[in-house]
Design a protein around this ligand. Sequence first.
Ligand code: UFG
Length: 398
Amino acid sequence: MNHRFIAETCYAVLAIGHKRGQTRSLLTSALAHIGPRPTGSAPPAPLVWRLKVPTPVRRKSCSNSPHILVIGGAGYIGSHMLKRLAQAGYGLTTLDKLSGGVHHAVRWGALIEGDVGDAGLLERLFAEQSFDAVMHFASSIEVGASIAQPLDYYQNNLAHTLGLLQTMRRYGVHRLVFSSTAATFGEPQYLPIDEAHPQRPINPYGHSKRMVEQVLSDCDCAYGLRAVCLRYFNAAGADPDGELGENHQPETHLIPLVLQAASGRRPHITIFGDDYDTPDGTCIRDYVHVSDLCEAHWLALQSLMAGGPSQAYNLGQGQGYSVREVIATAERVTGRPIRVATVPRRPGDPARLIADPRLAQQRLGWHSRWSDLPTLIKHAWHWEQKGRIAARARLPHD
Ligand code: UFG
């Protein structure tokens, strides 16, 4: 090994943000002896910079277990999905830019920090590892932000997904489980919302997801790409074992905010409008436990692996709860009073959103285990009280 090679390697390790103090200071002092960065060539950017046990990234598949690329695996639903896939012994690679997700949520498989919109990174990733399927969780999800910054939403949710699909096509990866949303339906014309309900989104977030659904349908016809689109209604709850939970920054979702009010992290929960045409005047939503959602993803993946067709499914319970019912249930589960402040409606909130989940039940055999509201809130409360702190304290695996 010559000095130039050692120097390039040291600079590369430093460049990828290996922040462990000891390693960093050792490398820095080694570089002090070696001298300045060699000119004329940039250090190669290493692809995998933080490995998690027990599944290191492999060059091409060397076992019979399927290997899944989980885009957005450090996020709320993606991290729960990793657990489900790891339980089945699957090989896992997470690609996540860690803007919304957190690295300590990736507890299984390899983590590659990077953006799905980075075409060069995707190219190298697919060249180095054979993937049996891709699960795509990474997207921007706030309706209000999508109205204020539509280009960001179309870039992140649509354009980046197009790049991913191009790469998948080049490498012959033809199975995708895609995170879609109830927001693709817009204002409900009838309830519960089944898969035949017209899709007329009313904000850029919903449009961006609807557009991807259309692209996937066209790719099925043209290239044989098989995609299952899972339209979440209101994902909530936390891992029943307390290992994982919701970590949005900033948090905008009702149930974690209600529980933060119960725990004293917030002075109160703000109710966005109590003048809707509902029994208590507050909005009604269909809350589905994150681990039940992951089970639906698992079943969708199995259907694709078995050669099943492309399909979209609506994922909810088929039962709705008002904002006030959620707060009352949270008071019962936590045993704490929760203060409320009522303000005018939040723009873009339909009065009621309730899924018809029968297609997923019939075709995938999906049945929820934890989505009844008290159980869902109990798991989220456990996470709010203990899991979040334990997860932060947990050191990344070496
Ligand atoms: N709400 C409050 N106060 C809050 C937060 C929410 O009253 O502090 C209300 C909202 O107005 C809404 C309900 O609680 O009526 C649920 O709101 P969330 O923000 O938790 O969830 P949304 O129904 O707005 O959004 C969810 C997903 C979106 C998806 C949408 C589909 O988070 O990604 O469902 O309808 F687009």
